[in-house]
Design a protein around this ligand. Sequence first.
Ligand code: NAD
Ligand code: ZN
Length: 401
Amino acid sequence: MRDYWSFFSAQQFVFGRNALPHIGSMVVNRGLKRVLVVTDENLDSLGYSERVREPLSRNGVEVVVFRGGEAEPSIAAAEQGFEFAKAENVDSVIGLGGGSNMDLAKILATLLQHGGHPRDYFHFDRIPGPVLPLICIPTTAGTGSEVSHAAVLTDHDTGLKMSTLSPHLRPSLALVDPALTDACPKQVTADSGIDALTHAVEGFTALDSASVSVPNDQAIPYAGSNPMGDLMAERAIRLVGEHLETAVLEPGNQAARDGMALAASLAGLAFSNCAVAVVHALEYPMGVELHCSHGAGIGLLLPYVMEYNREFAAPKLAKVFEWLGGNPSGLSEDEAAREAIKKVVDLRQVIGIPDRIRDIGGSRVQLPEFASKAFSIKRLMDLNARPPSEAGLLEILESAF
Ligand SMILES: NC(=O)c1ccc[n+]([C@@H]2O[C@H](COP(=O)([O-])OP(=O)(O)OC[C@H]3O[C@@H](n4cnc5c(N)ncnc54)[C@H](O)[C@@H]3O)[C@@H](O)[C@H]2O)c1
Ligand SMILES: [Zn+2]
């Protein structure tokens, strides 16, 4: 049992439409002179690197751009990025993009400081000290990587997404300028938006931190739900309820973009302090095998996992219903929990997220392997509202098939 809970974030969190032009002074104030911007060809060709380079150059900061980011980045992308960056003598790293580029930037900041190979740092707490000063600038809303302690790489050898989790991966600066998400394509908006919802729901419905049975002073990847995480999750879920559908259906709606950008960071704070659980565990093998985006896989699975957890988390799921805009008056907690699941199913449909594993190319014979791989990710099992079994995971996948 733990006697206390704690809460971590990026060292500085900057939020605002048109915050980006102020990045120059923020970087100079940190004493940084030569930064590596980690992005991808797509965002580079759309002018995003230039939007970052201009205010930095204006403030005398040298900028080197690595454009080798990719969606769901592989270990090979990290190896290439390290090879490229080693010779560049940079003193800091900026992750510019969605979760994929921000995560790649985190791994490169680690390798540039400590050397080695990405695999050396997989799992929890294996980065021996601070990494190069790290700044994250999200262009999706989103993964919350800008505030989280996580970086995810796809390991094509094992067919799993591998997380590197470390307090050192929380950026020194998270600069969230929702204007950068204004032109985010519809599908990316939907996928990353439902990922944010899932982070908030999994963080909030996780077992309570007081029930975590490790010694007080032992660092753990996720510490269970706590009052601060609950606050972040509540606000994130309310914002998703208000804004996700609009952000997808009316991409030019700035209020919706602003709301989702904030929701994503708040949800990132919730999950990275409290937990992600079975939804994420199941998506990791499924996403690699079926080549679906993280968000699409997550969004597909979320309501099925909520149903699996329902009897164990009915009071909290009832709250999720209310926060998503539902009216719980006259409903029992169990009825409201069922309504929460329906709301997520409706939202998923309206924003165009697939609802069946068979529709994204999966076949039934693959399900036991997905269940077994997911069950092996212990940190994602430990804090799930309902203690999972491998048979239970298979049951979820069967229902989602
Ligand atoms: N580190 C964490 O805490 C954490 C949390 C959740 C997910 N993730 C990881 O994040 C990744 C998913 O990230 P994501 O959902 O943000 O998508 P993404 O980063 O994979 O981006 C998807 C595509 O959208 C494009 N794109 C991004 N922003 C755009 C914009 N504004 N305009 C036009 N195109 C744009 C990108 O170029 C890319 O091709 C996965 O690898 C997942 O595992 C990490
Ligand atoms: Zn996620």
